[in-house]
Ligand binder design. Structure first.
Ligand SMILES: [Zn+2]
Length: 283
């Protein structure tokens, strides 16, 4: 199996008066995908539909999958159980109205489907999602679900899950195929991992518009310190080339995740559920 390209279409400077910057880098990505004749999955924060509706339509019109990256870009636990389902429905409806296509995929902001949110998978099914791409199956400084399988599985009370590809063991497990990991790690290591990911039933790379935005002036991001903001800001030149090499190492472009999820033998996938309140066990 090759590697699917995914992009989390969000504005990382929410909370500042700065104008939305995601359009230009996203158009660069759309041109690059078009050059390859490839289709990917774009997980869109639904409120972005108010600020950049034409950008989201351009993604859909180019034949890419538009999926939901929450109504607002906040972790699931922060949204809370009471608001999670209504916000899923609202976000899905916004994107479906805008694109005229069904939205069946969901990715939690910051892979925040964790042991803290055992009620989330059932809500995803109730809202009509057929797959989720919301779990980082490792211990992680931000969010992680270390006990979850590292290959596609089915939530006992929810949809198919395509977990974030990770590599390593214990506390040295990292999601190599995206974000700052993809931008900072030595390329031979990333390519080595990509070759392994390309052999799994669901390898995918994940990116954000800012990973490609070389013209953004530096500023300390809201909710992040100086060092984190510097890390997010550096090493963006050449990201597209890195993604190119990752996809090539994996064996080419995989299909959009909705098609990939639909092609999996659901009855033969392992099932998994979160024990409420249980700490995630290291793997
Ligand atoms: Zn995000």
């Amino acid at each position: 199996m090759p590697i699917t390209f995914t992009l989390d279409l969000e504005d990382h400077r929410v909370g500042t008066p700065a104008p939305v910057r995601c359009a230009r880098p996203t158009h660069d990505v759309l041109r690059w995908l078009d050059q390859h004749g490839a289709r990917g999955t774009f997980f869109v924060v639904a409120t972005l539909a108010h600020e950049a509706p034409e950008l989201i339509r351009a993604v859909a019109d180019a034949g890419h999958e538009v999926a939901l990256h929450a109504l607002h870009h906040v972790p699931i636990a922060e949204t809370g159980e009471a608001r999670f389902l209504p916000e899923l429905r609202e976000g899905k409806a916004i994107l479906e109205d805008l694109t005229g296509r069904p939205v069946v995929g969901y990715r939690a902001p910051i892979f925040s489907l964790t042991a803290q949110t055992p009620w989330a998978p059932a809500a995803l099914t109730e809202a009509g999602f057929t797959y989720s791409s919301s779990v980082l199956p490792a211990n992680n400084p931000l969010h992680g679900l270390a006990g979850a399988p590292r290959t596609p599985f089915r939530w006992a009370d929810g949809p198919v899950e395509l977990p974030c590809p990770v590599f390593g063991r214990g506390s040295a497990t990292v999601p190599f195929l995206g974000g700052v990991y993809l931008r900072y790690l030595p390329m031979p290591i990333v390519e080595f991992v990509a070759r392994r990911a390309g052999r799994t039933p669901a390898g995918w790379a994940y990116t954000h518009p800012y990973d490609f935005d070389t013209e953004e002036p530096f500023e300390v991001l809201p909710h992040a310190g100086y060092v984190t903001s510097r890390i997010v800001h550096h090493r963006r030149r050449g990201t597209l080339k890195r993604v190119d090499r990752v996809i090539a190492a994996g064996g080419g472009f995989g299909p959009p995740l909705a098609e990939l999820a639909a092609s999996l033998p659901v009855d033969r996938l392992p099932t998994y559920s979160i024990e409420p309140g249980a700490p995630a066990a290291p793997r």
